[in-house]
Design a protein around this ligand. Structure first.
Ligand SMILES: [Zn+2]
Length: 313
């Protein structure tokens, strides 16, 4: 099976170098477009910083599991609503107060600041003060679509890791390695019709992409208008295959990201806040599916979390 971060091999190597070198930087920026896996990668980094397993992040020790479930006392996640200037100075002030307190159980206290480009100038200047003299145990992981949306003073304090979506040519090259038996023409066709290697593989291996997309559409419908039970009933139509659940999560992520863009412009049934929460739950869950969690259990979890994400607008 392909590595789950196949398309970000260089990013993975950088992370491994930080972890094994024992010199994790105090501040990192994960830069990449929507759908490039920024949030998932940020959680992976946080897990690497807290993991007690042999090859951090192992994904299965209690520390890793708490991070992935969003329940680690030393890993905090913040973000704006999704709109420009929606990430306020009050949030950074709160972080500054907590950052000097020693971590509870991990060697580090990790702050994930998602959508850092949405920080107001005041918020960025406030953050700069911590980044200039960070507490020994604090690590800040920022994510942004484009590094140039941050103040140069902040940027100069960050180690940037670039996450990219693949071009069709890169997908095709990866497919040639993964499925050498498949006719080149088919591989090219799949590459041109997918954004990720996972999607391309599903297309080629006839894994029921059509079924997954249909279920995804009905899940979105139930998120907006149905009950948690109805949502779960839709999800159960998918069956019990891990690959299908993985693909569903990816398709949902794409669709939700697209809806988020529309919601910011004031369109659609769901608010940016609801969509951000749903995307966050989905990313966490996606990681758990990839790490071999129980498919039935994760399907039920997904229904509950997506519905919970609807909460208040
Ligand atoms: Zn671990």
């Amino acid at each position: 099976m392909f590595s789950k971060f196949y398309y970000n091999q260089r990013a993975l190597e950088t992370l491994a170098a930080f972890t094994t070198g024992g010199r994790f930087p105090h501040a990192v920026l994960l830069e990449g477009p929507a759908g490039s896996g920024r949030r998932t990668f940020a959680l992976r980094m946080a897990a690497a910083l807290t993991c007690r397993g042999e090859k951090p992040p192992c994904g299965s020790c209690p520390q890793c599991r708490k991070v992935l479930a969003g329940q680690h006392p030393d890993v905090e996640l913040y973000g704006g609503d999704g709109g420009r200037r929606s990430f306020h100075i009050e949030t950074i002030r709160g972080i500054r107060q907590g950052a000097y307190i020693r971590p509870n159980e991990a060697p580090s206290r990790v702050y994930i600041l998602a959508g850092a480009e949405n920080m107001t100038v005041q918020a960025q200047n406030s953050l700069l003060k911590i980044l200039e003299e960070p507490p020994e145990h604090a690590v800040f992981i920022l994510t942004a679509e484009n590094r140039n949306l941050l103040l140069p003073t902040i940027l100069s304090r960050l180690q940037v890791i670039r996450l990219d979506r693949l071009t069709p040519e890169e997908v095709a090259a990866a497919l040639a390695e993964l499925l050498p038996e498949q006719p080149a023409e088919q591989r090219r066709w799949a590459a041109e019709n997918s954004q990720t290697i996972g999607q391309a593989l599903t297309l080629l291996q006839g894994g029921g992409q059509g079924k997954v997309i249909a279920v995804a559409d009905r899940v979105l419908e139930q998120m907006a208008h149905g009950s948690e039970y109805a949502l779960l009933a839709e999800l159960e139509k998918l069956g019990r295959k891990r690959e299908d659940l993985l693909e569903l999560c990816r398709v949902l992520r794409q669709k939700l990201s697209r809806q988020l863009t529309q919601a910011v412009a004031g369109e659609g049934a769901l608010s940016p806040r609801q969509l951000m929460r749903a995307l966050e739950s989905l990313d966490t869950l996606l990681l758990q599916v990839e790490q071999n969690g129980n498919v039935l259990l994760l399907t039920a979890l997904l229904a509950g979390r997506l519905k919970a994400a609807m909460g208040s607008r």
